[in-house]
Design a binder for this molecule. Structure first.
Ligand code: EPU
Length: 428
């Protein structure tokens, strides 16, 4: 177990490259289960969620080769092995194994997913979709059992706009008989990416990226090669830290259209942003203004960037209100930012940030992935040394973060936790 140390207060300069999208990767990898021959995915991020999914595909009999950023999965000898425990509990996205295994084998047993705690995260809309397609779904001792004699296309209206449910229903429906229509579907770019892979495998999907997706079931899906989209949340995190401590930072391998809501807010704060085809150049503003932010489904402001931008807003002049409409409890980073001298209070679903303050280095703990990103931004802004534990959360979603930030001139390094520190963390 490691901790992350940052000597803050130094300006960053240069180019930083964004990796492939975590939230696409964790759906694309399970989607390979649906093919009858090898599928290659290029540009995968070097994160622990990808490693865990690779292990899960191997557990069910897949042959997986993963070198550099390219993974080839041969799904031909996979079997519907029950996965009630173990690795599935380590990440949220293991729920995509439900849709993919149900689609291919008409049965699956998957333990209820783990991942970041951000308040209650039900999967009722996924289950509603599977049932509409003809599956029987039961929850037995913490695992979801799915069985169907056959899957038949259906019209499914999502009561909540959900990325996970939209993708999971697509995975289950591509091999079903007849037409499936998902209404009130989520529109995130990761959904388009998964639909593109499935289409290249032979699926018939129309409307991904809009709120109505139509899927005409096909008999079989075959192998193909697919390049993943860049990670808009990693890119957004880099843009925020470039705005906070940069002296001119080029964020490379970005689709700027995926980040319009962040770009608008940073500009409103006084940050100068220049967008190019697949790059964004960020220069710091001279006087930063407070802004109000409300997280919304795409293309609104991403909840995954709420935590990192909260850290940056401590630098802005005035009072900013950040409201998370997606998750009710995504504010665990606030106590840690307070330890670093931030003036923030939480009222219901909103954080009220009063600035500007100079953050001070402190010992803090990442409670979840994006809380970790917020603490890295704060550590880079702070005077003195910041020590972050809970680094395993950060490793789930940020590829080679220390190397990438060091490349911009940041003083950031990993150290092993002492046995006393490990004991202390366990007792918290
Ligand atoms: N919801 C329900 N019922 C459901 C599904 C969702 O009530 O059946 C609610 C959730 O509780 C939440 C809202 O709907 O309040 C949105 O949840 P969604 O299903 O869209 O989230 P998700 O698919 O579980 C993905 C990302 C999250 C990201 C959200 C929102 C993955 C693996 N995770 O989660 O990413 O915050 O969409 O954009 O794609 C992260 O990367 O740090 C992260 C948490």
């Amino acid at each position: 177990m490691d901790k992350l140390k940052i000597a803050g207060g130094y300006p960053l300069k240069g180019t930083i490259r964004v990796s492939g999208a975590k939230n696409s990767a964790v759906a694309l990898i399970p989607a390979t289960i649906l093919a009858d021959s090898p599928v290659t995915i290029e540009g995968l991020p070097d994160i622990s969620d990808v490693e865990i999914l690779k292990g899960l595909l191997e557990e069910i009999g897949g042959t997986v080769q993963f070198q550099d950023d390219e993974m080839t999965v041969d799904p031909s000898s996979m079997i519907p092995m029950p996965l009630p425990n173990g690795k599935v509990k380590k990440l949220r996205a293991s729920y995509y194994l439900m849709g993919a295994m149900l689609g291919r084998f008409k049965k699956a047993v998957i333990g209820l997913p783990g991942g970041c705690y951000l308040g209650p995260r039900p999967i009722d809309q996924h289950i509603k979709g599977f049932e509409a397609l003809g599956a029987q779904v039961t929850n037995e001792q913490g695992a979801i059992y799915l069985r169907a004699d056959e899957l038949r296309g259906a019209r499914i209206y999502l009561d909540v706009v959900s990325v996970g449910a939209t993708i999971n229903i697509m995975l289950a429906a591509v091999l079903a008989k007849g037409r499936t229509v998902i209404e009130n579907a989520a529109k995130e770019p990761e959904i388009i990416d998964v639909a593109t892979l499935l289409t290249n495998m032979g699926a018939k999907i129309k409307g991904a990226g809009t709120d109505i997706i139509r899927i005409d079931g096909v008999e079989k899906l075959s192998g193909c090669r697919h390049t993943i989209i860049p990670d808009r949340i990693e890119a957004g995190t880099f843009m925020i830290l470039a705005a906070a401590v940069g002296e001119g930072v080029l964020v490379d391998n970005v689709i700027p259209q995926h980040l319009e809501s962040l770009i608008a807010k940073l500009r409103e704060m006084g940050v100068s942003i220049e967008t190019r085809d697949d790059q964004v150049f960020v220069s710091p503003g001279s006087k930063l203004k407070a802004v109000d932010i409300k997280t919304l489904v795409y293309p609104g402001f991403a909840t995954d960037l709420q935590q990192p931008i909260t850290a940056f807003l401590t630098r802005a002049e005035g009072s900013s209100v950040v409201t998370d409409t997606i998750y009710g409890a995504r504010f665990k980073h606030i106590d840690e930012l307070r330890r670093m001298n931030a003036n923030i209070k939480v009222e219901g679903r909103s954080a009220i940030i009063n600035g500007p303050v100079q953050l001070q280095g402190a010992k803090v703990k990442a409670s979840d992935l994006r809380a970790g990103a917020a603490l890295v931004v704060a550590g880079l802004m702070a005077e003195g040394i910041t020590e972050i534990t809970g680094v395993d959360h950060i490793d789930r979603g940020y590829s080679q973060l220390v190397d990438k930030l060091s490349g911009l001139g940041a003083t950031i390094w990993r150290e092993k936790l002492s046995s006393e520190e490990i004991e202390q963390l366990k007792s918290l």
